[in-house]
Design a protein around this ligand. Structure first.
Ligand SMILES: Cc1cc2nc3c(=O)[nH]c(=O)nc-3n(C[C@H](O)[C@H](O)[C@H](O)COP(=O)(O)O)c2cc1C
Length: 122
């Protein structure tokens, strides 16, 4: 059984990683939605919240973009600790020593479009 957690208007999920994508920080909203404590997240690869429905190509695009010093935006379906899922609209920034991602609630239509697109990708 896979339950969706739909972000609220006010949810704003932030995380930071080192150069390799290992989590160095996550804010309260991130922990609440993903279902982990900060202690469980810090030191883990960010793929800890990876959902199998996400195409590899999306993350290749993310990494190619931020590694070249640019800002990546896109829709991401993530997995919660309990095995549910949640969609976010993410903006990923390069910063000194690593990267930061800030995420907000996508609209229902944005989610439907991303779902459709990702089904055609691998
Ligand atoms: C700042 C930052 C935030 C990231 N956030 C997510 C995320 O929310 N969900 C996710 O699946 N991958 C995220 N990634 C990408 C992961 O590092 C990883 O590339 C992805 O989960 C795919 O896993 P894999 O590279 O082991 O195949 C993020 C990367 C960075 C640099």
């Amino acid at each position: 059984m896979s339950r969706e957690y739909r972000l609220s208007e006010n949810d704003f999920l932030v995380s930071q990683t080192d150069q390799k994508g290992v989590i160095t920080f996550a804010n309260e909203d991130f922990c609440k939605v993903a279902g982990y404590t900060l202690e469980e997240l810090v030191g883990k690869p960010h793929s800890i919240v990876r959902h199998p429905d996400m195409p590899k190509a999306a993350f290749k695009s993310l990494w190619d973009t931020v590694k070249s010093g640019k800002v990546w935006t896109g829709y991401v379906k993530n997995r919660t600790k309990e095995g549910g899922y949640y969609w976010v609209y993410a903006t990923v920034y390069p910063m000194p020593g690593g990267y930061m991602s800030c995420r907000r609630r996508p609209s229902d239509m944005e989610i439907a479009d991303a779902e459709k697109l990702y089904k055609t990708m691998r």
